[in-house]
Design a protein around this ligand. Structure first.
Ligand SMILES: Nc1ncnc2c1ncn2[C@@H]1O[C@H](COP(=O)(O)OP(=O)(O)OP(=O)(O)O)[C@@H](O)[C@H]1O
Ligand SMILES: [Mg+2]
Length: 359
C-alpha cells in the first residue's frame, strides 16, 4: 500500500472514532437505545484498521476505542449506580477480540498472497529462461549450420590462397592485397570457429593442473600485446592454491578472452591486475583492469551471445567463457570495480571435482 493511501485510511479511521465518541458523549445517558448502537459503531474503525493494517492496526484501534469507551463509561455512566455496565465492559473486550482476530486473518491472507506472488514470479522467471534457452538453441542451430557450411568453402579459399601467396614476394606491388585477404580469411576462420564452439560446446577433458601455472602461461602469450598497448601488469599468485581438475586448454581460452577484453577496454594504456586465491570451496581468479568499465545499460547484456560494442567483435567471448566455466561447475561474473574505474572479472572454479567423473 502506498504512503498516501495509508495516510488517508488513518485519517478516515480517526474521523470515525471521533464521530462515534462525540455521539457517545453528546447523547444523554438515558437514551440507552442510541448508546447500544454507538457502542457497536466502534467496530467499524476497528475492522477497517484490522483490514488495512493487520493485527497491529486492528489491535491498536481496538485498544484506543476501548480506552475512549471506557473513559466514557467511567466518567458519564458510573454515576448512575443503578445501571449494569457489565455488558458494555464486555463490549470493550470484544473490540480487542475482533481487532486482533481480523488483523491476524488479514496478516495471514497477505502472507499467503505474497507467497503466491513470489511463486508466480519464480515460475514466470523460469518460463522466461526456458524461452530464452529455446531461442538460443534455435539460434545456435542456425549459426552452427551456417558456420559449418561456410567452413568448408573457407578451407578451400584458404588452401588456394596459400598457393597464390607464394607467387607474390613482399616486394610485389599487390603483396599488400594478398596480406589483406589472408588476414580476413583468418578473421573469418575465428568467427566461424567461435560460432561452432559456442553452439556445440565441447565437454571439458579434465586433468589435474595448477591454476597458477595456467595463468602464467596465458600471460606469457599476452606479454607482447600488453607492452604494445602500454599496459602494466601486476600479478599476485596465491601460494596455497592447490592443483585442481580442469580442462587446461579451455581455462586458458577463458583467461585469454578476459585479458583481451581488458586490453580492448584500455586503448590509451592502463593497468592489468591478475590474482589467484583459494576460497572456501574453490579457486578464484580475478582479472582487474583500469579501463572504461561497463555501461549500466550493458550490464545485463554482457553474456548474451553476439552482444558486442566492438567493430570486429563477435560478442561470443564472454558467453563462451561463461559456458566453459559453468561446465567446470564454476561461475564467471563481470562488474565494475568499486575502488576505481575499470572492470573486475571473477572466475571461480570448484575444488571438489574428480577428474574422472567431472562435474
Ligand atoms: N573488461 C571490460 N571492460 C569494458 N567492457 C567490457 C569488458 N569486457 C567485456 N566488455 C564489454 O562486453 C562486450 C562483450 O564482450 P565479449 O567478450 O563477449 O565480446 P567482444 O569482446 O565484443 O567480441 P570478441 O570476444 O569476439 O572479440 C564487449 O564488446 C564490451 O563492450
Ligand atoms: Mg571479447
Amino acid at each position: 500500500m502506498n504512503k498516501k493511501k495509508d495516510r488517508n485510511v488513518i485519517i478516515g479511521i480517526a474521523l470515525l472514532i471521533l464521530i462515534v465518541t462525540t455521539l457517545h458523549f453528546s447523547t444523554p445517558i438515558h437514551s440507552v437505545f442510541y448508546h447500544d448502537i454507538y457502542d457497536r459503531l466502534y467496530y467499524i474503525p476497528v475492522i477497517i484498521s484490522a483490514f488495512f493494517f493487520g493485527i497491529r492496526g486492528g489491535g491498536t484501534v481496538a485498544a484506543l476505542s476501548g480506552v475512549i469507551f471506557f473513559s466514557h463509561l467511567f466518567f458519564q455512566w458510573r454515576v448512575h449506580e443503578h445501571m449494569d455496565l457489565t455488558g458494555r465492559y464486555l463490549e470493550i473486550m470484544m473490540y480487542m477480540v475482533v481487532g486482533i482476530l481480523i488483523g491476524l486473518l488479514t496478516d495471514l491472507e497477505r502472507k499467503q498472497r505474497r507467497k503466491t506472488e513470489v511463486a508466480y514470479e519464480q515460475l514466470k522467471d523460469s518460463f522466461e529462461k526456458a524461452k530464452e534457452s529455446a531461442r538460443l538453441a534455435a539460434l545456435g542451430t542456425l549459426a552452427a549450420g551456417i558456420a559449418h557450411e561456410i567452413r568448408n568453402p573457407l578451407g578451400g579459399i584458404k588452401g588456394a590462397m596459400e598457393i597464390i601467396s607464394d607467387e607474390f614476394a613482399p616486394s610485389h606491388p599487390k603483396y599488400r592485397f594478398v596480406e589483406i585477404i589472408n588476414k580476413e580469411i583468418l578473421r573469418m576462420e575465428r568467427i566461424v570457429g567461435d560460432f561452432l564452439g559456442f553452439s556445440r560446446p565441447q565437454k571439458p577433458v579434465l586433468a589435474p593442473d595448477r591454476i597458477n601455472s595456467v595463468v602464467r602461461s596465458v600471460l606469457d602469450l599476452c606479454n607482447k600485446n600488453l607492452s604494445k598497448n602500454h599496459i602494466t601488469l601486476k600479478t599476485e599468485f596465491g601460494e596455497a592454491v592447490p592443483s585442481t581438475c580442469i580442462d587446461t586448454n579451455q581455462v586458458k581460452q577463458v583467461l585469454l578472452n578476459l585479458i583481451l577484453n581488458s586490453i580492448d577496454s584500455m586503448p590509451e594504456g592502463g593497468a592489468l591486475e591478475i590474482s589467484t586465491h583459494q576460497v572456501e570451496d574453490g579457486i578464484e581468479i580475478r582479472v582487474l583492469d583500469s579501463g572504461k568499465g561497463i555501461d549500466p545499460d550493458e550490464v545485463d547484456k554482457l553474456f548474451e551471445p553476439f552482444y558486442t560494442k566492438k567493430q570486429n567483435g563477435t560478442g561470443l567471448g564472454l558467453p563462451i567463457s561463461r559456458q566453459i566455466v559453468e561446465q567446470h561447475g564454476g561461475s564467471l561474473t563481470i562488474s565494475n570495480r568499486s575502488d576505481s574505474p575499470g572492470t573486475v572479472a571473477v572466475v571461480r572454479i570448484p575444488l571438489n571435482v574428480s577428474c574422472e567423473g567431472g562435474v
